[in-house]
Write a protein that binds this ligand. Structure first.
Ligand code: NAD
Length: 256
């Protein structure tokens, strides 16, 4: 379905980003990976699916590095047809104890980076009259939880950016939508399970049960593979006129 097209996924060296990159690779897209940590393993996983892969290590907190990454992707594969804004970090603390630098980092990485990649990808998408921008927001783009002020503000902002981008491209072949996962067991969430187990002096299993039980009626994690298939659906012809939605895959979290 995506043969000859190129997908750039920010924050795709682990977790949800890697799951989405693999799903798009299975559809034949060339993949540009981004993120920190092990980069050889994720590249090998994409190559094993028969797709072409390139990597750029731009820090999503830095607009200059984002610009360099977008130029690199266009130079390597011609243009970016599918842009997945996925990179994200978390920090938990009450508002009056929240470190200002953490606030700035979360807004930069979880929200502003998507503005920069989108503004740089859109001209070529519009010229080709085809493109997909998929913003990985969160159920926290729709509802709030305590201690996550910066994250919730950034994700609500990302849903807003999604709607504006969708309106501005509404008469074109470019669409923009957001994906809003509930809990997904990635390194980002494992840290929260570990903190809960340490605070409650309980096992990993008990901490996991408590974490899901508070918010997610299904008592199940969503998987990166399931989120990857949702991204593929947005890229399909069936998604041609899906514009500006914030689609939750959250085990019923936001339905409560
Ligand atoms: P993760 O920690 O497994 O992966 C995050 C990725 O982003 C990694 O590849 C990391 O290297 C990269 N990254 C971090 N900071 C970066 C930076 N400054 N520049 C470039 N790359 C950077 O996390 P995840 O759970 O897969 O989260 C991915 C996205 O999904 C995030 O936006 C997160 O908010 C969102 N999300 C996660 C969950 C969940 O339950 N895990 C739920 C809802 C939304």
């Amino acid at each position: 379905m995506l043969n000859g097209k190129t997908a750039l996924v920010t924050g795709s060296t682990s977790g949800i980003g890697l799951g989405i990159a693999k799903a798009l690779a299975r559809q034949g897209a060339n993949i540009v990976l981004n993120g920190f940590g092990d980069v050889d393993g994720p590249q090998a996983q994409i190559r094993a699916l028969g797709a072409e892969v390139a990597y750029h290590g731009a820090n999503m907190a830095d607009p200059g590095e984002i610009e360099a990454m977008m130029k690199f992707a266009a130079g390597k594969f011609g243009r970016v047809d599918v842009l997945v804004n996925n990179a994200g970090i978390q920090h938990v603390a009450p508002v009056d104890e929240f470190p200002p630098q953490k606030w700035n980092d979360i807004i930069a990485i979880n929200l502003s980076s998507a503005f920069h990649t989108s503004r740089l990808a859109l001209p070529a998408m519009k010229a080709a009259n085809w493109g997909r921008i998929i913003n990985v927001a969160s159920v926290h783009g729709l509802v709030a939880s305590v201690q996550k002020s910066a994250y919730v503000a950034a994700k609500h902002g990302l849903v807003g950016l999604t709607k504006v981008t969708a309106l501005e491209t509404a008469t074109t072949g470019v669409t923009c939508n957001a994906i809003c996962p509930g809990w997904v067991l990635t390194p980002l969430v494992q840290q929260q399970v570990d903190a809960r187990a340490a605070a409650g002096k309980c096992s990993n299993e008990e901490a996991t049960r408590q974490l899901l039980g508070e918010k997610e009626p299904s008592m199940q994690f969503t998987t990166p593979e399931e989120l990857g298939e949702l991204a593929v659906f947005f890229c399909s012809a069936a998604g041609n006129n899906i514009r500006g939605v914030a689609w939750n895959m959250d085990g019923g979290w936001a339905a409560q």
